[in-house]
Design a protein around this ligand. Sequence first.
Ligand code: GUN
Length: 298
Amino acid sequence: MSTAQRIDGKAKAAQLSEEITADTAVLLSEHGIKPGLAVVIVGEDPASQVYVRNKKRTAEACGFHSVQHSLAADTSQEAVLQLIGELNEDDGIHGILVQLPLPEHLDEQAVTQAVTPQKDVDGFHFINIGKLTSGNTADAFVPCTPAGCMLMIEDYLGTDLSGLNAVVIGRSNIVGKPMASLLLKSNATVTVTHSRTRDLPAVVRQADIVVAAVGRANMVTGDWIKPGAIVIDVGINRVETTVDGETTSRLTGDVDYASASDVAAAITPVPGGVGPMTIVMLMANTLRAAKLSAGLAA
Ligand code: GUN
């Protein structure tokens, strides 16, 4: 029997989205500023297309100026950098996001570092990474997925995680590493695990807070979870299933929800957990960028 509280990321994101929409209306009426978000997508990766569509739809719902640049898969590095340069100079654009992964021939680092730090709403620029890792988050842009995870953790445990063990599974630059920085800043004792970690289940069993971001469907099972832990599932894995003899696909996380929810105190579902929070944090970062660009308190 499932005993864990289901952490409703979708509902929380909807509530935050309302607040951002209201704030955006005030920014426009009082200061004549409409937050502008530019999303750049290169190529036809189907998952990326879905994410980008959701970002655009949410930006419009919040009352933002939203532009999408869809570039062909064979677009040259120079052309991508040229576009980013133009967006950096565009006063109507406050946030720039280049959807990852990029096609093989493009240099991901050169592209993400070309976005001016003040418009880097993904938090991927070395300036923003440096601010986050040194604990200077006041004027940093924090990557959206870890920022959203942190809000859900705070809802459940408060802002001071002193004495609690947090285990992050996955060491990516997008999720694992910034997640560890945020948890550390909130006084958690943080372990970052990865594919070379010895006896991963034993390490995870020590965790009061588990953040799973590996990209392997249902890898984390209930027997890995310490009773009473809070489990944040960042995974979005598409798996094939058979329904009434028909093969379809569905989304599942990195955590086996059924078994983990018997042991955990609280757990995020997939879909409806981290995903909607990531998108709303992008909106929060863009609104913040717009305010900061006008010298307003963010
Ligand atoms: N691809 C997967 N997650 C992300 C993200 O947070 N930002 C960008 N730009 N691309 C992604």
